[in-house]
Design a protein around this ligand. Structure first.
Ligand code: CA
Length: 229
């Protein structure tokens, strides 16, 4: 497999250098952009494997960059931003970002996020067209509409099954509360958020009987992600 090509979008030269130095010494290839418009242009002409995107850019906002790229591409986008408010994270994730890293970040953390995103890419590529999903001891047979744990059928309610499928479809990616309630109930009222928490809790109880195996990770105030085991 070729070395992955990373598009680094960052207007701060010091941070950009830190990131590109890290990428270089860890066998990644990279290209850079220092504003939103050139980032969008580079994304379309160079087709990078992953985009590392700063939100505070001199021309257009990073969230706008995500929305514009998402019009034509599902390439993974990891946001790296000094904005640490949940609302900013949610806006970026809702626009279609795959992950979020808050500045200041450690080099080790950046590399870990890149690895997770690459694994997710590989998983996506291998599951294209498949009607059976595997992750650890979990199996979902989409055709039969059933999920199994260690080969035993899980007794799930229709809502729990839907939730499980949504998380599995985007395994490794954080899905926001709004995204999930909208997919399940077509709305995102406060009451839907409360229902989501209840259904997620009952789903996890059935799925995570073994306390050492965690399938679903909670991101407080933001959403949930299924971990790739
Ligand atoms: Ca910036």
């Amino acid at each position: 497999m070729n070395k992955p090509l990373i598009l680094v979008v960052e207007d701060d030269g010091t941070v950009r250098n830190l990131i590109t130095t890290t990428l270089k010494s860890n066998e990644y290839r990279y290209i850079t952009a220092s504003d939103g418009e050139s980032a969008i242009a580079a994304a379309s002409t160079q087709q990078p494997d992953i985009v590392l995107l700063d939100l505070g850019l001199p021309d257009i906002d990073g969230v706008e960059v995500i929305k514009r790229i998402r019009c034509w591409s599902q390439m993974p986008i990891i946001v790296i931003s000094a904005r640490s408010e949940d609302a900013d994270k949610i806006a970026a994730l809702d626009a279609g970002a795959d992950d979020y890293l808050t500045k200041p970040f450690s080099v080790a953390e950046l590399l870990a996020r890149l690895r997770v995103t690459q694994r997710r890419l590989t998983a996506l590529e291998s599951k294209t067209g498949e009607s059976i999903f595997h992750n650890g001891s979990l199996t979902i047979d989409y055709g039969a509409g059933c999920a199994y744990l260690d080969g035993n059928a899980l007794k799930l309610t229709p809502t729990e099954y839907k939730l499980l499928c949504l998380l599995a479809k985007d395994v490794g990616k954080v899905l926001t509360h709004t995204y999930l309630t909208d997919k399940i109930w077509g709305s995102c009222w406060e009451s839907d958020m409360a229902s989501l928490r209840v259904h997620m809790a009952t789903l996890r109880k059935k799925l995570e009987k073994d306390p050492d195996t965690q399938y679903i990770q909670t991101h407080i105030g933001i959403g949930y992600r299924m971990l790739k085991l």
